[in-house]
Ligand binder design. Structure first.
Ligand code: ZN
Length: 213
């Protein structure tokens, strides 16, 4: 697959570090506006918003915030539909990708290829599962004011199909067990289903199961 280039441009809108968390999920957005305005807005201190990456219609990838730092992309939580939301600010445990597009628009071919490549880099770097709870749209965090982000024409089906061709695909049943364990309070945050569980972890889960009974 073609390798894309990431162009660092930076933004003053970010929080250094991640409050001790690490990225567990990727959140996709659309700008609902065009460059250069969309890009400039994410760099404007008055906007108080940012993302880690913006993928333009031409397939350029601009980086605004380091992955180790917190972008200001998904801080407002409103009727979320996302099992990984744990009550704390989602910006601390997500990576955000903005796509240059008008409201309701899909991606250009070139933009899609660039975004696919970027997803693959983030997935490999942070061990993010190729699963609909780990690669999400902004609307899952704010289903009220951001219900059209990234919109109905975002290419979810092809994105997951293409990611699965090259990446590690966690079977749905394994991921469902992790989701249920999280909902039952047996685990917090994200545990990769194919990761080896340490003894302390198994003990902790066993103790919690006893408490639930
Ligand atoms: Zn958004």
């Amino acid at each position: 697959m073609e390798k894309f280039k990431v162009v660092w441009i930076g933004s003053p809108n970010y929080t250094p570090g991640r409050a001790g968390r690490k990225p567990i999920a990727i959140v996709n957005h659309i700008t609902a506006g065009l460059n250069p305005g969309a890009l400039q807005w994410l760099q404007n201190p008055k906007a108080r918003v940012s993302v880690h990456y913006l993928v333009s219609k031409k397939g350029e990838i601009f980086q605004l915030v380091k992955e180790e730092d917190t972008a200001w992309a998904n801080g407002a939580v409103n009727q979320p539909h996302w099992p990984l939301y744990d009550g704390s600010n989602p910006n601390y445990y997500t990576l955000s990708i903005e796509h240059e597009a008008l409201a309701g628009e899909g991606l250009t071919d070139r933009q899609y290829q660039a975004s696919l490549w970027l997803h693959q880099q983030l997935i490999n770097r942070w061990g993010i599962p190729i699963h609909a709870d780990f690669i999400i749209g902004h609307y899952r965090i704010d289903s009220v004011n951001r219900k059209n982000c990234p919109g109905l024409n975002f290419p979810w089906d092809s994105l997951f199909a293409d990611l699965r061709k090259t990446g590690e695909n966690i079977p749905a049943w394994k991921q469902d067990i992790m989701t249920r364990a999280r909902q039952a309070g047996l685990i917090t945050g994200q545990h990769h289903p194919d990761e080896r569980a340490d003894k302390w972890f198994v003990l902790e889960v066993a103790l919690r199961v006893q408490k639930i009974k």
